[in-house]
Design a protein around this ligand. Structure first.
Ligand SMILES: [Zn+2]
Length: 470
């Protein structure tokens, strides 16, 4: 942090003002807001001024348009408009999932579960509250305590878990393991809590309470390359499915590292070899690995060019040592396994937020909480609309009927605001023919009229679109 002078005003900077200033050709003020010194409500009140600057007026106009597009896609706004989740000041950083939002959350969770089962993962669920002793063993008590919610109970403290890793170490150590058991892949979507300062909280991207598609893989050091290759294939399949281009970074041994040099070298080489084998272009962040192992990070680029760090494949030589993990090798000797921490979505909540912005709320049929809405033009055709909805629901589809006493235009407008993928209009002609007049919402938000289709044909189409898998 630096202090700079702007005329008679002192300003705090996290970058050098004097270097940037000469290149600024155009400035626009964006907002004024009140703030407290260091986020403390008892502290002095400050005014926070947000502005945009660019080298030229033209560049500034482009930057403003970009911001407007980003605001239009803001998942916090979409969350309200599409009725997905809400926040309350009594639970900062913890979303309330509304029925529609929970449908989406459950689908994301379930799809990943099914996928991982097919990939040889075992799903487990571990406790939320743990005694201080666990965190002392794992090193969190010493290094991560400020980010943990600690609950005093008598003379001991317990803490809400900020991550699953230590509890998975206990599971591994709970019985004798053989080399035949490896790789052992434990998947866990338990609720996690991290004590983020409230100023850092905003929407789903930074939460105090969330779940990850978390997994820990216990393996022999000669299995690293093959396992990482499998993980890179999974990353590719999942992100391709969502339409995210992505970039990959390999972070290597830092100065203060733990574990022997030969193991580090072999591990880094295994990661690089897997990346080469997948023919992935990647950048190397030399010395940027964690002290306990090298890692691969994946950033996705969303529909408007913003980057989000999501997946991580992190090797760990430290936790197996702290928890004294052992397996019996082929020759009968006891060996220490290596652990890989990995997540593909990262936090499910944050990934859902990124997806909402990526799709600008125009959700694909498989993920949309309401896949189709039937719109009867008057009360006379309402019974037909109801029976059509029932027939579609029986096929596992999420279908609602807009039975409000409103004009057709108002009902269609309402469905558009909710970005429902299919709007099925029923008039007397359709009711007589036993069909539905189909309007499909295209990814850009325009609607495409498809004419009258029989209820079964609409059902076939929706079922097919909903069945897509990673
Ligand atoms: Zn972990």
């Amino acid at each position: 942090m630096q202090v700079g002078r702007l005329g008679s005003t002192l300003v705090l900077l996290d970058g050098p003002l004097e270097h940037a200033a000469p290149t600024v050709g155009a400035v626009r003020l964006v907002s004024l807001a009140g703030a407290y010194w260091r986020g403390d409500p008892a502290g002095p009140q400050l005014t926070r001024i947000h502005g945009l600057a660019a080298p030229t007026e033209e560049a500034l106009v482009a930057r403003i348009a970009e911001r407007e597009e980003a605001n239009r896609r803001d998942h916090r706004v979409l969350g309200r408009e599409l009725d997905l989740f809400l926040f309350h000041p009594y639970a900062p950083g913890a979303p309330f999932w509304l029925p529609r939002g929970l449908v989406m959350w459950n689908i994301l969770s379930q799809r990943m579960r099914e996928h991982l089962l097919g990939e040889g993962y075992l799903e487990v669920r571990t406790p939320i509250l743990f005694d201080q002793a666990l965190w002392e063993t794992s090193g969190h008590w010493e290094n991560y305590r400020d980010n943990m919610f600690i609950v005093p109970t008598g003379d001991r403290a317990v803490s809400l878990k900020p991550m699953n890793c230590p509890s998975h170490m206990l599971l591994f150590a709970s019985r004798t393991r053989s080399f035949r058991d490896l790789p052992l892949r434990l998947h866990d979507q338990s609720i996690l809590h991290r004590n983020e300062v409230s100023g850092a909280l905003g929407g789903l991207t930074r939460l105090r309470q969330f779940s990850q598609d978390d997994a820990h893989i216990f393996l022999r050091s000669d299995q690293i390359q093959e396992e990482v290759l499998r993980l890179l294939e999974m990353v590719d399949r999942v992100y391709r499915f969502f339409g995210f281009p992505y970039t990959v970074k390999l972070s290597t041994r830092p100065v203060n590292s733990l574990g022997d040099a030969a193991l580090w070298e072999r591990a880094e080489e295994s990661l690089a070899a897997a990346l080469r084998q997948r023919k992935m272009t990647y950048s190397v962040n030399a010395g940027d690995g964690a002290f306990y192992g090298p890692k691969i990070d994946v950033d996705v680029t969303d529909a408007i060019g913003r980057k989000w760090q999501v997946a991580t494949v992190q090797l760990d030589f430290n936790l197996p040592q702290r928890f004294k993990l052992r397996y019996v090798d082929e020759d009968g000797s006891e060996q220490m396994p290596v652990v890989i921490h990995r997540a593909i979505y990262g936090s499910l909540e944050r990934f859902l937020g990124i997806l909402l912005e990526h799709y600008a709320g125009n959700l694909p049929v498989w993920l949309a909480p309401e896949q189709a809405r039937i719109v009867p033009i008057n009360a006379k055709v309402l019974p037909f609309a109801m029976s059509a909805a029932e027939a579609l629901r029986k096929r596992g589809l999420r279908v609602e009927v807009d039975d409000a006493n409103d004009t057709l235009g108002a009902k269609i407008r309402r469905a558009e605001v909710m970005k429902i993928p299919y709007v099925l209009v029923v008039g007397e002609r359709e009711a007589e023919a036993g069909g539905l007049n189909v309007r499909k919402r295209e990814p850009g938000g325009k609607s495409l009229t498809m004419g009258v289709l029989a209820i079964d044909a609409v059902g076939d189409r929706l079922v097919q679109e909903a069945a897509v898998q990673f």
